[in-house]
Structures are given as C-alpha cells and as structure tokens.
Write a protein that binds this ligand. Structure first.
Ligand SMILES: C[S@@+](CC[C@H](N)C(=O)[O-])C[C@H]1O[C@@H](n2cnc3c(N)ncnc32)[C@H](O)[C@@H]1O
Length: 207
C-alpha cells in the first residue's frame, strides 16, 4: 500500500501567499546565500545538497503536484530546515517573485527535453527565461545544468554562452551532495547512470 504523504506547511510555500517579490530572509528566518533548483522532482538533489551545505537556503520549484507532495514529505521527514518548496511554474516564479541579484546559484538538472520539434517552445531554456535568470543572479552567481539529451544540451550551451559579456563559462564541479561517479546526485541522474547514458553538464557565472 502506498505510504501516506505528510504535508509540512513550513516547507511547502503556497504561491497564492506570495505577494510580489519574496523576502528570502523572512521565509527562512535567517540571512544566507540562496540557491534555487528548477524542476526539483522528488527532491533527491535537494536532500543531498541541503544536508551537505547547511548554511545555504534552498528553494525547490516543482510544477507537478505528485512530485511536489513527495518532495515536501521527504524534506519534512529528514528534518531539513534550510529547504522550502513551491509548486508553481518556474518561469512565472522567476518573473514575479524573485528579487534582482538575490540568487547565488540556479541548479537545473535534467530539464524536460520536449524532444518533438513542435514542443520545443515548451522547453525551459529560452531567451525570455535567460533574461530572468540573469536578473535574479547575484554578481558572481552561477547557473549549473545537466542533461542526458544531446540536442537540448547544444541549445542550452548556445544560449548560455551567447552573452560572454554577462555570463562566462566555468568548470562544472560535481555538487557537494553528489556521490562518487555522479555530477549532481538527482533521481534522474541516478536512473540515467544505471542505463549508461552520457550526461552533459555546463556551468556559467555572471560576470
Ligand atoms: C526530468 S524531471 C527531473 C527532476 C530532477 N531535477 C532530477 O534530476 O531528478 C523534470 C522536472 O521538472 C519539472 N518541471 C518541468 N518544467 C517545469 C517548470 N516550468 N516549472 C517547474 N517545474 C518544472 C517536471 O515536473 C519534472 O519534475
């Protein structure tokens, strides 16, 4: 029988309660660097990374209700106090709720590739979302991306290196929560590594 997922109201933020730009210090009850994961899935990356970096305030954005509920339940059971999750569309969240220069790192791991050409317009990586990622990043802040999809990776790479005066390519170091042989330690990475798929990674820094 499926386990009943528990709700943790302090962890799962309600989009309807967000009024304008978020005050992250208020949300976490402390000041600290903010990292945002876009498309958190069932939150394996957040569990590992937030445990490894307790000084960082993590926000996970997840659009799908069942993944969001799993993620809230897992973070709550682990007793992590430095993670908040929000069920919403990442593009809307960035545009409406994230203050300028407030984010030290965006983590975007295995974004939906929407492989059919007619669906490419649904991909997260596009010029409009890059404008908001750039606006929200602090100076020196990073965007880290991993995917198994070669064609989408090429598009992502072209986009992220299209403004060398604003974003410079830097080495992609494995994240603090990754196990040996992993780059990020997310659910999808673990699944794809088992299938021996190639993983493509890129990291860029705001100059
Ligand atoms: C392929 S899964 C990867 C999940 C996780 N990052 C991992 O590596 O295991 C992509 C996730 O991104 C979520 N997602 C896709 N587009 C999104 C959007 N615009 N806003 C928020 N979540 C999104 C999907 O619901 C899905 O859970």
């Amino acid at each position: 029988m499926a386990r009943v997922l528990k709700d943790y109201p302090l962890i799962g933020l309600k989009p309807e309660n967000l009024d304008g730009k978020i005050d992250f210090a208020k949300v976490f009850g402390r000041c600290g660097p903010v990292h945002i994961e876009i498309g958190a899935g069932k939150a394996a990356f957040l569990l590992n990374q937030a445990t490894a970096m307790p000084n960082v305030n993590f926000i996970g954005i997840e659009r799908a209700g069942r993944y969001f509920r799993h993620a809230v339940d897992r973070i709550g059971r682990w007793g992590l106090t430095n993670v908040r999750l929000i069920r919403t569309d990442a593009a809307d969240f960035l545009a409406g709720s994230v203050p300028d220069g407030s984010v030290e790192c965006f983590h975007i791991y295995f974004p939906d590739p929407w492989p059919k050409k007619r669906h490419h317009k649904r991909r997260f990586f596009c010029s409009a979302n890059l404008v908001n990622l750039l606006r929200c990043l602090s100076k020196g802040g990073c965007i880290k991306v991993a995917t198994d999809h070669a064609e989408y990776f090429e598009q992502i790479q072209n986009l992220l290196t299209s403004q060398p005066d604003k974003l410079e390519k830097v080495e992609f170091f494995p994240t603090a929560g990754a196990d040996t042989g992993e780059w990020v330690g997310s659910n999808f990475e673990r699944k794809y590594l088992k299938e021996n798929r190639q993983i493509f990674c890129i990291a860029v820094r705001k100059t």
